[in-house]
Write a protein that binds this ligand. Structure first.
Ligand code: ADP
Length: 350
C-alpha cells in the first residue's frame, strides 16, 4: 500500500491506495500554520481539532490518522521538477537537493512538499519515498513552445515556460487508454485553470508558463497579462503585493467578486456575468493557440471542478469553438492522487 501526500502551504491531503490503485482511506488537514497552532483534521467525514503548528507536526497527525493502513511507501505531489526532474522518481538525497534547488521556481509550492518529505524521512526512515511532478508531463513540449524570446542571460536563469496540472493531464491520458484521440484539446478547469495540447499522448503546448499565473482566467489568478502591466503593478504596489494581487485577488474574484464559479453562475449581477463571459472567451482564445500547436484537433476533454460539473461552461466554451466543426467532447474525472499512486507503483513501490 502507498500513502499519497499532497502537502500545501496550509493543508495536507493524504490518501492510501492498495496495489490495484484503489483508494482505501483519505484524510485532510486544513488550517496548518494557524496562529494558535490548531488545525482541522477530517477523516471519513468526521472533523476534529488537532495540534499541528507546523508541517512536521501535520505529517505526524496524518501518519497517526492513517496508521491502521499498512502502507510501505510514501508518494508526494511536488509542483516543480524544473528541467532535471521530468518523470516520476524514487527520492534520494541528491533528488531532494534538486527539488530544493527548484524552490526559486516555485517559492509557494515546493517548500511545503519538501517539508513533507523531510517529516516522513524523520518520522518513518524505513519508508521509501517517491515524487511525481506537476511540470513533468509538459517536458515533451518543443523548445519553440517553451522558450521566451528574452536575452540568453535571462533564459539561463530558468525563465521559460514549464506548464502545470501535468498530473491531471497524465491521468486523463490514462483514462482514455487505447481510445486516446491523436490530437486532444484538454481543459483542466478548477480553481486553477489551464489547457494542454496533447498529441499522441504527449503534451505539445500548455497555457501555463513560468508559473501557474499564465493562460486562462482562473478563480483568483489573472491569466495572461502583458509583462509591462505586471511591472507597472510592481511599481505601484511593490513586487510582493503585485504578486499577491495577480495570484489571489484577480481572475473571477477580481472581475466578479467571487472565485467560486457556482456562485457566479447563480448571481444576477453584470459583474458576475462579465466574469463568466471572460472565463469562457479566454478559455476558447487560448484553445485556438493549442489547436495550432497540434495542427488540428480530434477531440476535446474537460476535467476539474468546473470542467466536470458545469455543462453550461463546457457548452459556452464549445460555442466559441464552433468553427472547429463537429468534435467529440469528453468529461474525465480528475484524480491526481491516483496518478501519483500509479506512478509510484510503476517505479516498484508496493
Ligand atoms: P481546485 O482547483 O482547488 O482543486 P476544483 O477542481 O474542485 O478546485 O474546482 C473548484 C471550482 O469548481 C469552483 O469554482 C467551483 O465553483 C467549481 N464547481 C464545482 N461544481 C460546480 C458546478 N456544479 N457548476 C459550476 N462550477 C462548479
Amino acid at each position: 500500500m502507498i500513502l499519497v501526500l499532497n502537502t500545501g502551504s496550509s493543508s495536507i491531503k493524504a490518501a492510501v491506495f492498495d496495489g490495484e490503485i484503489a483508494e482505501q482511506a483519505t484524510a485532510t488537514l486544513t488550517g496548518l500554520g494557524n496562529s494558535n497552532g490548531r488545525a482541522v483534521l477530517e477523516v471519513g467525514g468526521v472533523k476534529s481539532a488537532v495540534d499541528a503548528p507546523d508541517h512536521a507536526a501535520g505529517i505526524g497527525v496524518m501518519l497517526e490518522a492513517l496508521g491502521a493502513h499498512p502502507f510501505s511507501a510514501v508518494a508526494h505531489r511536488v509542483v516543480h521538477g524544473g528541467t532535471a526532474l521530468v518523470a516520476p522518481t524514487k527520492l534520494d538525497a541528491h533528488k531532494i537537493k534538486v527539488i530544493e534547488a527548484n524552490v526559486p521556481l516555485a517559492p509557494l509550492h515546493n517548500p511545503p512538499a519538501l517539508a513533507g518529505i523531510a517529516a516522513i524521512a524523520s518520522a518513518r526512515p524505513d519508508l521509501p519515498q517517491y515524487a511525481s511532478f506537476d511540470t513533468a508531463f509538459h517536458a515533451t513540449n518543443p523548445a519553440v513552445a517553451t522558450t521566451y524570446a528574452i536575452p540568453q542571460e535571462d533564459r539561463d536563469l530558468g525563465l521559460r515556460r514549464y506548464g502545470f496540472h501535468g498530473l491531471s493531464y497524465a491521468w486523463m491520458v490514462n483514462q482514455f487508454g487505447a481510445a486516446l484521440p491523436d490530437r486532444l484539446l484538454a481543459f483542466h478547469l478548477g480553481n486553477g485553470a489551464s489547457l494542454c495540447a496533447i498529441k499522441a499522448g504527449r503534451s505539445t503546448a500548455s497555457s501555463m508558463g513560468y508559473s501557474p499565473l499564465d493562460g486562462l482566467t482562473m478563480g483568483t489568478r489573472s491569466g495572461a497579462i502583458d509583462g509591462m502591466a505586471v511591472l507597472r503593478m510592481a511599481e505601484i504596489h511593490g513586487a510582493d503585493e503585485a504578486s499577491r494581487r495577480l495570484n489571489k485577488d484577480s481572475g473571477l474574484k477580481g472581475l466578479g467578486g467571487a472565485n467560486d464559479m457556482r456562485l457566479l453562475l447563480a448571481a444576477d449581477t453584470d459583474d458576475a456575468k462579465f466574469a463568466v463571459d471572460h472565463f469562457c472567451y479566454w478559455a476558447a482564445r487560448h484553445a485556438g493557440s493549442a489547436v495550432v500547436a497540434m495542427g488540428g484537433v480530434d477531440a476535446v476533454a474537460f476535467t476539474g471542478g468546473i470542467g466536470e460539473n458545469s455543462a453550461e461552461i463546457r457548452t459556452r466554451i464549445m460555442a466559441h469553438l464552433k468553427f472547429l466543426g463537429e468534435v467529440p467532447v469528453h468529461v474525465i474525472k480528475a484524480d491526481e492522487e491516483r496518478q501519483i499512486a500509479l506512478d509510484a507503483t510503476n517505479l516498484g513501490a508496493a
